[in-house]
Design a protein around this ligand. Structure first.
Ligand code: ADP
Ligand code: MG
Ligand code: ZN
Length: 625
């Protein structure tokens, strides 16, 4: 089932190397050791700089200087003599200093006297001077530097001085008034969490009625659907403290630190019960054990996970501590985490449907000044597949755009622009397409558009664009479903495949040659055809059977593998059938576009000229033709 109806190119993105994520730099690395070495080096540099002026000379040299009347003054301290020569340093033109180890020489005083040297004897005080020079100053320096670096690294996400201790944000958060009113489109999740709230409000009462509270609740859903938001809202609704930590925060540079942190976290939480522990991105620690070792972080993660399991087994939920957790990758979680008594309750937080999107838009526009004629439903209709975070983003972008244009209120046009922006990244006005490429992309997109308008079940085209946006998208054709769809018929699937092929075939018909621009289209068409044959039993030759057991994650419906449960012979038959679906569709589309060549030309010319066509403009062109 296709819920979204974006038909876009994603072609060249494969070739673009994304810059490494910034996060990488914050990962604990060999940082600590390097800084230590640096501190010591700096210290020794400092020390040698202070002493650089004192020339170490042998005692014999000292006597030679003495006999030659070259010494102006000296200080005898214990076994060392330091002093100043009458000779000047060539470079600095200052008297040279020397230091030498003294021989027990009783005649020294006389000698000095004889040569007219000012001399001074200080009482040896090893203890004090040693303490000062060998201990206090160096260690003071080290601590100063350490503190400074620690702070610096702390601000970069790692805390040097605080190894083994919890980070500040583990401390209970209260007073952040997030409630269920701030989350929409997730009614089922809210309902299920209602019970947790009841329990947290009054643990004793809840238990007297025989309720057994799950210790761990796992929120599962795609990124940006509001899992973190819901967890906060639970604490807000129940009015209990909220201990928030992200799974990746546990993984530190030293083995054992994460485990210590888990212990500490549960200890703190127990003291504050009733309360919520929220572990975001559980997959960061909760990944299956025994997987491939990644950058030595393996032992650490495993120990942390084990500690988490121990803590969850060890605490008594009647005390009123509930562990909430969130992940968007439940399939990688260690099975041990999902056993009874741990995260045995999963709540799916799914992408919002149309109603949900309207509600979410209401939430995120409640503080914005909207034009009177704005219809949030239209905006919600334009954004199938958007999650809460996307919609929050849209509202924000729309406000920014309106402000930039000095409007008094945010208009529908601002929202449209904001949606485009969120769909495909910031608009690239300065197109990097060559004229030939632009020509080709115009035909390609017109191909999608025309087929969408011509096939019986095609959704009306809302917008078609050849403005390159963000990375990779060269253009897109956007269809607006008239209503949210949850079922697709065979005819609809065939039509969708035809629409997907439309771009490629248009290039074929017009240029007699094809480009790489259809890769994403073809991929999706092939997948759809394969699903028709293997999953939906829509092949006449093979009959209403399914082939291949999809290993689907229980919660999200995301597939991560396939178990082959058919023979080689069937495999071949499947391949033939899938190819048949595609080639039939290909012929159909080719015929369609050849028949309506004039319409295709008209669309492409207009599109090349204007770069963006609205649904109405498309309609006008097609009606005229
Ligand atoms: P997740 O944790 O699922 O990745 P978040 O809870 O961090 O998503 O959502 C990020 C932001 O997106 C939220 O702070 C909120 O502004 C917005 N948002 C996400 N889902 C919803 C929702 N269902 N209702 C309202 N706002 C939402
Ligand atoms: Mg989150
Ligand atoms: Zn395409």
């Amino acid at each position: 089932m296709q819920k979204t109806n974006f038909i876009r190119h994603k072609e060249p993105e494969m070739h673009i190397n994304k810059p490494p994520e910034k996060k990488l730099w914050q990962k604990p690395g060999p940082f600590s050791a390097w800084y230590f070495i640096l501190v010591f080096l700096l210290f020794y540099l400092f020390q040698s700089m202070v002493q650089v002026k004192k020339e170490q000379i042998p005692y014999s040299q000292f006597q030679r200087y003495l006999n030659a009347n070259q010494i102006s003054e000296c200080v005898i301290r214990g076994d060392t003599i330091t002093g100043t020569l009458k000779l000047k340093d060539n470079r600095t033109n200052k008297p040279r200093h020397f230091i030498t180890v003294r021989l027990r020489d009783d005649r020294l005083a006389k000698e000095l006297e004889k040569h007219g040297v000012k001399y001074n004897v200080t009482v040896e005080n090893h203890f004090l001077s040693n303490l000062l020079f060998d201990w206090i100053i160096p260690f003071g320096l080290i601590f100063l530097l350490w503190g400074y670096l620690g702070k610096k690294m702390g601000s970069m996400g790692m805390n040097f001085m605080n190894i083994g201790k919890n980070k500040a944000h583990i401390h209970a958060e209260t007073g952040k008034n997030v409630t269920f009113k701030d989350a929409a489109g997730v009614d089922e999740a809210k309902q299920e969490l209602g019970e947790v709230i009841e329990f947290l409000r009054n643990p004793e009462h809840f238990q007297r009625l025989g309720g057994r509270m799950p210790k761990g609740v796992l929120l599962v859903g795609p990124p940006g659907t509001g899992k973190t938001l819901l967890a906060r809202a639970v604490s807000g609704e129940a009015g209990v403290p909220f201990f928030n930590i992200s799974g990746s925060d546990f993984i530190e540079m030293f083995v054992g630190v994460g485990a210590a942190r888990v212990r500490d976290l549960f200890e703190q939480a127990r003291a504050k019960a009733p309360c919520i522990i929220f572990i975001d991105e559980l997959d960061a620690i909760g990944r299956q054990r025994g997987g491939p070792v990644v950058m030595g972080g393996h032992d650490e993660r495993e120990q942390t996970l084990n500690q988490l399991l121990v803590e969850m087994d060890g605490f008594d939920s009647s005390k009123g501590v509930v562990v909430l957790s969130a992940t968007n990758r439940p399939e990688v979680l260690d099975k041990a985490l999902l056993r009874p008594g741990r995260f045995d309750r999963q709540i799916v937080v799914d992408k919002p449907d149309l109603e949900g999107r309207i509600e979410i838009l209401k939430i995120h526009t409640r503080d914005l000044k909207l034009a009177d004629n704005i219809n949030l439903e239209v905006i919600a209709k334009r954004t199938p597949g958007f999650v809460g975070a996307d919609l929050a983003n849209v509202a924000n972008e729309a406000a920014i755009l309106a402000a930039r244009l000095n409007r008094d209120a945010i208009t529908t046009a601002d929202f449209e622009a904001a949606i485009d922006r969120v769909i495909a990244g910031p608009e690239k006005k300065k197109t990097t397409l060559s004229p030939e490429e632009k020509h080709r992309v115009s035909y390609h997109e017109s191909g999608h558009t025309l087929v969408a308008e011509l096939v019986p079940t095609g959704e009306p085209v809302h917008k078609v664009s050849i403005i390159p946006r963000g990375i990779g998208a060269l253009g897109y054709t956007l269809q607006l479903p008239e209503r949210e769809k949850f079922l697709a018929t065979k005819q609809e699937l065939l039509d969708q495949i035809a629409i997907l092929l439309g771009g490629r075939v248009a290039e074929e018909v017009i240029f007699g040659d094809v480009s790489t621009g259809a890769q994403n289209d073809l991929e999706r068409a092939s997948e759809m055809a394969r699903n028709m044959v293997c999953s939906y039993g829509m092949s006449e030759k093979l009959g209403p059977l399914t082939f291949g057991k999809k290993q689907t994650s229980l919660f999200l419906g995301s597939e991560y593998g396939e178990e082959k449960n058919y023979s080689e012979e069937t495999a071949r038959a499947i391949d033939i059938e899938v190819r048949d679906v595609i080639t039939t569709a290909h012929q159909r589309v080719k015929k369609l576009l050849q028949e309506h060549r004039s319409l295709l030309d008209a669309l492409a010319v207009k599109l090349e000229e204007k770069e963006v066509l609205s649904g109405e403009e498309v309609n006008t062109i097609i009606k005229k033709g």
